[in-house]
Design a protein around this ligand. Structure first.
Ligand SMILES: [Cu+2]
Length: 496
């Protein structure tokens, strides 16, 4: 491959090198520029750390049914972590050890999967490959070192279309103290986007509503939530930058974020930490499971309101008809004097792509078939649904290029557990700016190419659509890494 320097590259290739350009504005970011309580109405509570060791974060998460107010006067019996939707935010520094004491007080088995984290298979939360499902009344302790900085999230991996739809998800923010110098924006906010389906009787919608056709489309909730609230308020000082870490934790919904005319998103990071360099975007499209790290700079007169909205995004047949633009966050400009600080320093990192030397190529087709008699829809990789699938085989040290052709009428945000990849362009060069991804949108009737490397951690690692109905409907397989094929256990029901 032309783009690679000679020699082998290691999997962990982000070098927070001294290549920080234009870092000549050290005074910018050390204190908040915002009004006190600027984010009080939107900020998510953090899980209390029970461990006095500064490098160990030890928390308790209990999954249980609790009343949840979807909007004023509309209360449903939702599925929560510690009684909250989203669950409490896990906040750690990169390199910390995290211990999660998980107790399942739900009526069904569950687990916790840590989306995007490159942790051992035993901590990945997938029944059959990581652990047994945690039965009602039982507990399980997750315990691992957090390897990468970035914005991640957690959710169950048992019947997840139902369990995530009922409210089980939370943000997982891994900070790198060194970023205070590279990014230099003090005012930071985590924004978790989700939705919830409530029926006319005021109860959580049946997760099988609409039958097989509902599955094929991917059921979206009718109540859009931001950090568990409808259109929460945020205060902003005109001209002062804010750094937002955004997660799409909805079960089928895409977001096309828009701050209105004249405002852009400076995207500095994605799924797996900072980008090689920042890019200006008018809109920010997030497929399910994807994340973005952005800097925004609201401007306006005192009392003026800006609105963060989601515009319509075409994710396939029937996805834009009869839909409306969603208001997400109402931003009110404070009466503080306009901030006229120095421009932001450029984010400049050295990211070295995986070596494509000795690459193994795989082609996959995302397929949707309908049974001629029952009319039931079935998704698959190459027409094989997960319950009949054989895994993708890989050995330690493999670099693989996957060409994924989506022949179905809907887009699919595909998520690989446990490993980062890069998206390649038509010439098989990594898309610039370089970034590490764990979830990639493969739009309907399009093709995407991924460069992935399996450097460590043998195990069976899922690869599936993060429209959770699609995974349940067949669009799930796995990488069987450095294990004999005889050891492969077929995908169990409910492991999605
Ligand atoms: Cu899908």
């Amino acid at each position: 491959m032309a783009y690679m320097p000679a020699g082998r590259q290691l999997g962990r290739a982000i070098v927070l090198a001294a290549a920080i350009a234009a870092a000549a504005t050290p005074a910018l970011a050390q204190e908040s520029l915002q009004a006190s309580r600027w984010d009080e109405a939107i900020r998510m509570p953090e899980a209390p750390d029970l461990n006095p060791d500064p490098h160990i974060v030890e928390i308790e998460l209990e999954a249980r049914v609790e009343p949840f107010e979807v909007e004023p006067g509309l209360i449903v019996d939702a599925w929560t972590y510690n009684g909250m939707i989203p669950g409490p935010m896990i906040r750690v520094n990169v390199g910390d050890r995290l211990i999660v004491h998980f107790t399942n007080s739900l009526p069904d088995p569950s687990t916790i999967h840590y989306h995007g984290l490159r942790i051992p298979i035993a901590m990945d939360g997938v029944p059959g490959y990581s652990q047994d499902p945690v039965k009602p009344g039982e507990s399980f302790t997750y315990d691992y070192v957090v390897p990468d900085a970035g914005i991640f999230w957690y959710h169950p991996h048992v019947m997840s279309a139902m369990q995530v739809g009922f409210g089980l998800y939370g943000a997982f923010w891994v900070e790198d103290p060194a970023e205070a110098e590279t990014v230099a924006v003090e005012d930071e906010l985590v924004i978790l986007l989700s939705d919830m389906a409530v029926n006319k009787q005021g109860e959580l919608e049946d997760p099988n509503s609409g039958g097989s056709a509902g599955m094929a489309f991917g059921r979206e909730g009718n109540h859009v939530l931001v950090n568990g609230k409808k259109t929460p308020q945020l205060l902003a000082r005109s001209g002062a930058p804010q750094r937002w870490h955004i997660i799409n934790a909805a079960k089928s919904r895409y977001y096309k974020l828009d701050l209105g005319a004249g405002f852009t998103f400076t995207r500095i990071g994605g799924d797996g930490g900072l980008l090689e360099y920042s890019v200006e975007e008018d809109f920010l499209v997030l497929g399910v499971g994807e994340r973005a790290d952005v800097i925004i700079t609201p401007r306006g007169a005192s009392g003026e309101e800006l609105m963060l909205r989601s515009q319509l995004h075409d994710r396939g047949y029937g996805s834009t008809e009869l839909r409306s633009i969603q208001d997400l966050v109402a931003i009110t400009i404070t009466d503080q004097p306009e901030y006229a600080g120095s421009p932001l320093p450029e984010v400049q990192l050295t990211i070295v792509p995986y070596s494509a030397e000795g690459t193994i190529r795989r082609e996959m087709e995302l397929t949707l078939d309908q049974d001629a008699i029952t009319k039931r829809f079935e998704y698959g990789f190459d027409k094989v649904p997960y319950w009949k699938a054989r895994p993708i085989l890989a050995d330690l040290g493999d670099t693989q290029i996957w060409t994924i052709n989506n022949t179905t009428p809907w887009s699919h945000p595909l998520h690989l557990h446990g490993f980062f990849f890069m998206v390649l362009d038509e010439n098989e060069e990594p898309v610039r700016p370089y970034e590490w991804k764990d979830t990639v949108d493969v739009p309907f009737k399009e093709t995407r190419r991924l460069l992935v490397r399996f450097g460590e951690r043998p195990g069976t690692w899922l690869f599936h659509c993060h429209i959770l109905d699609h995974a349940a409907g067949g669009l799930l397989t796995a990488v069987h890494l450095a294990l004999p094929i005889e050891d492969f256990k077929p995908f169990g029901a409910g492991a999605h």
